[in-house]
Design a protein. Structure first.
Length: 442
């Protein structure tokens, strides 16, 4: 009897343990979200088990990961978010776990040495109010507070050349013209000039400081702004294709849309430019190692042009030229010389020079770039060397600005490198005003 009693107790104990284990297994395999309610006979079926990496919220998208949060951070619901998708934005993939926002501007690529400067951002200008610029490659467009102003320009190096227009007509001769800006070395300010129309002397200065590098807002449409009664039609794009006679040499240009390329017989110049309306701006290079910027304007007859060029990508224009179209046909390609000579070596200009009434001139050279000072009126010099020639600008006290205290200069060094002869003039066009010679201080 006692043995039978113990066997019965042991059986009851084993059955009890088995029931407890089964109940525990049922709880363990219960899907997350199907929590038992106060009624033991019913189960909440409104929440279904979601695939890994998603959040159930009545069909709503999962919450956006806050900027700066780390992958695997816990959301307010207590579930860890997963960031395994890669988002494509502006041609670049964001890293895993990073949040992207369509309202946040994509910063422009960092400019490399010699690359086009970054003009995008908001600028504070003393006279013209705020200036808002947007850049795509070399093309820069924008607007400014004064008279609902607009800008269209082309960037080369640290220089921006283009046109401005304002209310009420947005058209020349009184409400549009040319501009030229030069960006500072730190990229946070620029100085420049503007004028009415597309030729002649500059009418005023234009300088601004950058206050924001983010993509600026679009120009607002507001009744409080002065606006033109009817928006002007875009200026038709001039046709630059053809053969042009420029003095004793020919120039050959080919155009595809806004893009213009070509070559010039003088020292095998090559051109790359961008056309807007009747203006063409761009860069040139020659077979002697020289390069710089140019700006051309098509005249009203459509078959003649005038313009300016300079060495390098900043400073005053250092030369001018004019041409007449002799043919509108697509010009020939630049011929390839069978034994094209190597560019002439650049002369050495560094050192101290005695320049008569102008006093001592001290020059420093880095590659083709030459800068220096001279005694007379605290003079300053900036130039560009090609072969045995140095072309640049001079400036003096008290203003260091044209028309009375700055202008062009051109020097030619002797074969032995110990003397030079040259000329100078006020401003950047016209005849030379006087000679300027020097010899090395031994």
């Amino acid at each position: 009897m006692i043995k039978t009693f113990f066997r019965l107790c042991l059986s009851v104990l084993l059955v009890t343990i088995l029931l407890i284990s089964v109940a525990g297994c049922i709880k363990i395999v219960q899907p997350e979200g199907n929590q038992a309610t106060g009624d033991q006979g019913s189960t909440d079926t409104t929440s279904q088990q979601e695939p890994s990496g998603t959040t159930a919220d009545s069909g709503a998208p999962p919450p956006t990961k806050p900027p700066g949060s780390q992958t695997g951070a816990t959301t307010a619901s207590g579930q860890a978010t997963q960031s395994s998708q890669t988002t494509q934005q502006s041609g670049q993939s964001t890293q895993q776990g990073q949040s992207t926002s369509s309202s946040q501007p994509t910063p422009p690529a960092q400019s490399q040495s010699g690359a086009v400067a970054n003009w995008t951002g908001t600028w504070q200008c003393a006279t013209w109010g705020k200036l808002y610029l947007s850049q795509t490659g070399n093309q820069v467009t924008g607007w400014y507070d004064w008279d609902n102003g607009k800008i269209t320009a082309y960037a080369t190096g640290s220089t921006l050349v283009g046109t401005w227009s304002e209310a009420p007509t947005f058209n020349p001769p009184d409400d549009s013209g040319d501009l030229q800006f030069n960006l500072s070395a730190d990229g946070n300010s620029f100085t420049g000039q503007w004028r009415y129309g597309a030729s002649g002397d500059w009418d005023g200065s234009w300088g601004c400081n950058r206050i924001n590098s983010a993509q600026p807002p679009s120009q607002p449409s507001s009744s409080s702004q002065q606006a033109a009664p009817s928006q002007p039609q875009p200026t038709p794009l001039a046709n630059w294709t053809g053969t042009w006679q420029c003095g004793n040499y020919k120039m050959y240009l080919s155009q595809t849309g806004n893009q213009v390329t070509g070559w010039h017989e003088f020292q095998n110049w090559e051109f790359e430019g961008y056309a807007t309306g009747s203006t063409l701006v761009g860069t040139w290079s020659d077979s002697q190692g020289g390069s710089g910027d140019f700006q051309l304007s098509m005249l009203s007859d459509g078959n003649s042009l005038s313009g300016n060029y300079r060495f390098g990508s900043s400073g005053n224009w250092q030369g001018s030229w004019s041409c007449t179209r002799t043919s509108s046909a697509t010009p020939p390609s630049k011929p390839v010389a069978p034994n094209q000579s190597q560019p002439a070596p650049v002369a050495t200009w560094s050192g101290s020079w005695l320049c008569g009434s102008y006093g001592r001139m001290n020059l420093s050279q880095s590659g083709n770039q030459v800068t220096g000072t001279y005694t007379y009126q605290g003079g300053q010099f900036t130039g560009y060397a090609t072969g045995n020639t140095l072309v640049g600008t001079w400036s003096e006290q008290p203003t260091y600005n044209p028309p009375d205290d700055a202008g062009d200069v051109q020097f030619t060094i002797s074969a032995d490198g110990y003397t030079f002869t040259g000329f100078w003039r006020y401003r950047s066009s016209g005849d030379w005003d006087c000679s300027w010679n020097g010899e090395r201080d031994q």
